[in-house]
Write a protein that binds this ligand. Structure first.
Ligand SMILES: Cc1cc2nc3c(=O)[nH]c(=O)nc-3n(C[C@H](O)[C@H](O)[C@H](O)COP(=O)(O)OP(=O)(O)OC[C@H]3O[C@@H](n4cnc5c(N)ncnc54)[C@H](O)[C@@H]3O)c2cc1C
Length: 330
């Protein structure tokens, strides 16, 4: 807390041109439309600014929290006494490399990346055109849909790794991608700066048609008219979260302003005015009931903040795979 205030003072002195918004409400910054203020939200101009900011934080023994499009996060109503770095406002360069691969900075949206690939006759990112996240957030989560995942398209990723004050270029294999997982989830202090995507050549019209098809399926099945953070739970091995939730009789189950979507039981939606506690309580009830019904433990897909939220208070007594902060698993 004290460190953060000192860091904010130094950041203001050392980086006078930096856009630094203090006590910024996060409800406006995330797709769930839930969340109180964070102490500060910084939007660096470019990769150099981001790196300088990270190093100033490191000097005060603070790690930055990076925010992409905020489409996979639940922020607490009480707010957070942390500095967040917004990657999506300025880090948005994208171009074709001489060898035909695509270079994209962390803040590029996945839909823009998919459209750029289509316009250049490159196939393999059609699945990503309807995912509302950014390249950085997408790589952290290894976002995927309709049989595709970012891991199938990414060749390398450049990161700034604060603990070592160093930048690394990681190959696809080094990123250790698997279903909704990546190495980055286990690397506190890692900031994704950019990535290179290597795709197959394809017919632009056929690629566009596949994108339209996926997006039509999305619109037909998902509650896109209501705020959410996408799928609330990961797909357990050999089963589907939405089906388990429906079979447990929870479709439409409501706590305050949060509801298990009536359109797609895998989504938790904000009906209007939902608090983070409504969502937490609803998710914990779903976990408990599904566990009682099918003995399967559902693991949240979205990131619940703060990271030390105590799941044990909400039974069943099963651990949550923690991906952020001290004690992160695996
Ligand atoms: C309507 C809807 C539909 C969705 N459909 C899908 C889907 O089909 N498939 C799917 O996989 N997901 C889906 N999602 C979830 C979400 O869009 C993805 O997980 C997406 O990849 C998150 O990207 P983001 O930029 O919003 O990340 P954020 O939510 O902002 O952040 C996610 C995590 O990544 C970290 N992070 C973000 N940027 C960086 C960076 N540059 N460096 C280091 N860490 C970073 C954050 O700190 C956080 O831990 C959906 C969400 C919604 C709301």
């Amino acid at each position: 807390m004290e460190n953060l205030e000192l860091a904010i003072q130094e950041i203001k002195q050392e980086m006078p041109g930096l856009e630094l918004r203090e006590n910024e409400p996060m409800a406006a910054r995330c797709s769930f439309r839930i969340g109180g203020p964070v102490r500060a939200l910084a939007a660096p101009q470019d990769v150099t600014g981001l790196t300088k900011l990270c190093y100033l934080l490191k000097k005060h023994e603070l790690a930055p929290y990076i925010l992409g499009n905020g489409t996979n996060i639940l922020f607490p109503d009480e707010g957070l006494c942390d500095l967040f770095i917004l990657s999506t406002e300025k880090l948005t360069n994208m171009f074709l490399l001489p060898d035909g691969a695509i270079y994209a900075e962390a803040g590029v949206s996945l839909s823009k990346l998919a459209s750029f690939a289509q316009q250049n006759g490159l196939a393999g990112l059609e699945f990503a055109s309807g995912i509302p996240g950014s390249v950085g957030g997408g790589l952290v989560m290894n976002a995927g849909a309709y049989g595709g995942e970012l891991k199938d398209a990414v060749e390398s990723v450049v990161i700034d790794f604060l603990p070592e004050q160093a930048m690394y270029e990681l190959t696809n294999e080094q990123c250790a991608f698997s279903y909704r997982k990546s190495l980055f989830q286990k690397m506190p202090g890692c900031v994704i700066l950019s990535a290179v995507f290597r795709l197959e050549k394809g017919d632009p019209d056929a690629i566009a048609e596949r994108m339209r098809n996926f997006n039509a399926r999305r619109r037909a099945k998902q509650p896109l008219d209501l705020p959410s953070a996408g799928s609330a739970f990961k797909r357990p091995e050999g089963a589907f979260a939405a089906q388990l939730i429906e079979e447990a009789g929870l479709k439409g189950y409501t706590v305050g302003g949060a509801q298990v979507s009536e359109k797609h039981a895998g989504f938790v939606v904000n009906l209007g005015g939902a608090s983070s506690h409504d969502v937490y309580d609803l998710m914990m009830h779903v976990r408990k009931t599904v566990y009682e019904h099918s003995s399967i433990v559902l693991e949240p897909e979205m990131i619940l903040l703060p990271p030390d939220y105590k799941l044990e208070d909400h039974g069943p007594q099963v651990p949550l795979h923690r991906i952020w902060g001290a004690g992160a698993e695996e």
